[in-house]
Design a protein around this ligand. Structure first.
Ligand code: ZN
Length: 300
């Protein structure tokens, strides 16, 4: 999406009255082309509640839906939007130079169907929990300030590739943050903090379920993809986001918080190495100081 190509520095301003903003949310300039939506409002609210149950006791960060209600001071605004024009967009992203998270509500059912749809053998995942996991990943981008001075470009030139880019590494960093936050609640008692414990249980069940669904899709639904070492089964299209199954396998491994059983990750990495990839169609001379070239922080 091209809106992030804008280099306008948006400074989040919150009019404060007794600790709260007093006016309804307005979309920041980076979101020109979108409009606020109440579609899937209950799902979005449930996901935000889950994440706040983990984040607030972890590092004090909190999310707040930016709608007609006030956004508490210091909270990360969450804009639930619809694109004015159809897009092949992400479920969530952090706009360039904006400390905020955007949920594209029209993408919610599409991604849910792709990752968790009710096909035979798949494990069920609540849409709100899938969204919560995506939100926590975006919180990782905010925590590490990946959104600052981000520049666009590479995502517009997709190809199956194994390139190591700054953008891909940032995705792994955001995933690692998510795993760290979830793990932090592992030993919390339901008697001490029921919201945090509930959030932990929800997400710690969601991650292996999505991982299973993705692996099943590759191994059973796309029978032969593994044997043929198809690039589409193991690598990524574009230069910003690593293969989603690989990311989920790593996330599940990180979540365990112990050496555990890394076999699934190791096996997947070995298969990746055995894939024959064509030479990248473009020169990927990305300097070490290059900023994020993604056009959003899509979770897949
Ligand atoms: Zn991301």
């Amino acid at each position: 999406m091209r809106f992030i190509t804008a280099t306008i520095l948006w400074i989040v301003t919150v009019t404060q009255t007794a600790g709260c903003a007093s006016s309804p949310a307005q979309l920041p300039p980076a979101l020109d082309g979108y409009r606020l939506s109440t579609r899937e409002a209950n799902v979005c609210a449930a996901a935000v509640t889950t994440i706040n149950g983990l984040l607030i006791p972890y590092n004090g960060m909190r999310l707040a839906i930016a709608d007609a209600a006030a956004v508490p001071t210091g909270a990360v605004p969450v804009y639930c939007v619809r694109a004015r024009k159809p897009t092949a967009g992400a479920i969530c992203f952090v706009p360039v130079n904006t400390r905020a998270i955007v949920i594209q509500v029209d993408e919610l059912p599409l991604l849910h169907d792709r990752l968790c749809g009710g096909r035979e053998g798949r494990l069920l995942v609540e849409t709100a929990d899938l969204l919560a996991l995506s939100l926590l990943h975006e919180c990782g981008h905010i925590e590490r300030e990946h959104y600052v001075n981000r520049q666009a470009g590479l995502a517009l030139r997709p190809a199956w590739n194994a390139e190591d880019t700054v953008q891909k590494r940032r995705e792994f960093e955001a995933d690692a943050f998510a795993a760290e936050v979830i793990r932090s609640a592992k030993d919390i008692s339901i008697f001490d903090d029921p919201e945090r414990q509930k959030a932990y249980v929800r997400l710690s069940l969601t991650i292996p379920a999505i991982t299973w669904n993705l692996t099943q899709t590759r191994v059973i639904d796309n029978f032969g993809a593994t044997a043929l070492r198809l690039p589409s089964a193991f690598w990524e299209r574009g230069y910003t986001h690593p293969n989603i199954e690989y990311r989920m396998l790593l996330l599940a491994y990180l979540l365990d918080g112990s050496p555990g059983d890394p076999d699934s990750v190791t096996r997947f990495e070995q298969l990746r190495k055995e894939v024959q990839l064509e030479k990248p169609p473009i020169d990927l001379a990305i300097p070490p100081t290059s900023t994020d070239g993604v056009n959003n922080t899509r979770p897949d």
